[in-house]
Ligand binder design. Structure first.
Ligand code: HSE
Length: 285
């Protein structure tokens, strides 16, 4: 029997749609695996009633299939589903690491990224790796089809989770098919700025590089109060604010000693819109 913990993550960081991701130092999922003739799954913990236990419909079923590693898999959810914090990815990442070891498949952590991403396809229709990569490898990751680049960074963050449910599948349907050249140029400029900020652990640069003129404005319409909350976080000192993953979670970059004020400001701003929210102070893990 093997037990593996994998962290929540925040993908995109605005300018890096389907590319950038960061591991968060909390919360996390814990997956326990035991060899079996066929795969069975049980789920407990936060939001478990929303997660199917049928291996055909659960993210870890696809991972067990891809590794040819049938097992009884127990998932203890710490990462709330449909929150924008890579909930399905955390389970898939933990299962990939655990099953690889249980069956001695000999894959490297990097090789497990596309396998765990198969689990994402079950949930969202696309095998994007920007959540599973940091959940398996830690730090800040740039996920490409041909591999992953990792950087460590020391950046403080606040994640604010409103009581709104948005499925990744729905949030992917509003992503524009086309963009203007000027928007592409701005996005490239911001993504490069953000990467430099990560390399220097500079929250001002990371925050400035989060702006995204293409995907985020389309998705913001799905989150009641997004503009109010974003402005409140900036007013409380955030250097950057964006949608975490596919939403509805909001991610703010916190320079200096601003984390607590930013967390409170985001909760209050959602409350003004009659939306309950919880926020927690975290960091790139
Ligand atoms: N890159 C993905 C998206 C992350 O934004 O749709 C959510 O799984």
């Amino acid at each position: 029997m093997l037990r593996v913990r994998a962290p929540a993550t925040s993908a995109n960081l605005g300018s890096g749609f389907d590319t950038f991701g960061v591991a968060l130092d909390r919360p996390s999922d814990v997956v326990t695996v035991e060899k079996a003739d066929r795969t069975t799954i049980d789920v407990s913990g936060v939001g478990s009633r929303f997660i199917p236990e049928d291996p055909e419909k659960n993210t870890v079923g696809a991972v067990a299939e891809a590794l040819d590693a049938p097992a009884h898999i127990s998932i203890e959810k710490g990462v709330r589903p449909a929150s924008g914090l890579g909930s399905s990815a955390a389970s898939a990442a933990a299962a990939a690491v655990a099953l690889n070891e249980l069956y001695d498949r000999g894959k490297t952590r990097e090789e497990l990224v596309p396998i765990a991403a198969e689990g994402e396809a079950v949930v969202s229709g696309d095998a994007h790796a920007d959540n599973v990569a940091p959940s398996i490898l830690g730090g800040f990751t740039i996920a490409r089809d041909d591999g992953v680049t990792c950087l460590d960074a020391d950046i403080s963050l606040v994640a604010c989770l409103p009581e709104i449910v948005i499925s990744t599948r729905d949030a992917r349907q509003v992503v524009p098919e086309h963009a203007r050249m000027s928007q592409v140029v701005e996005t490239v400029r911001n993504a490069a700025t953000l990467t430099a900020g990560i390399a220097r652990s500079d929250p001002a640069l990371v925050g400035r590089g989060m702006d995204d003129p293409i995907v985020t404005p389309a998705r913001a319409k799905l989150i009641d109060g997004y503009d109010t909350v974003r402005q409140a976080a900036f007013d409380a000192g955030a250097s950057g604010v964006t949608i975490s993953g596919a939403g509805p979670g909001i991610l703010a970059v916190c320079p200096g000693d601003t984390q607590r004020d930013i967390a409170l400001a985001t909760i209050e701003a959602f409350a003004e819109e009659d939306i309950e929210a919880r926020a927690f102070q975290t960091a790139i893990g």
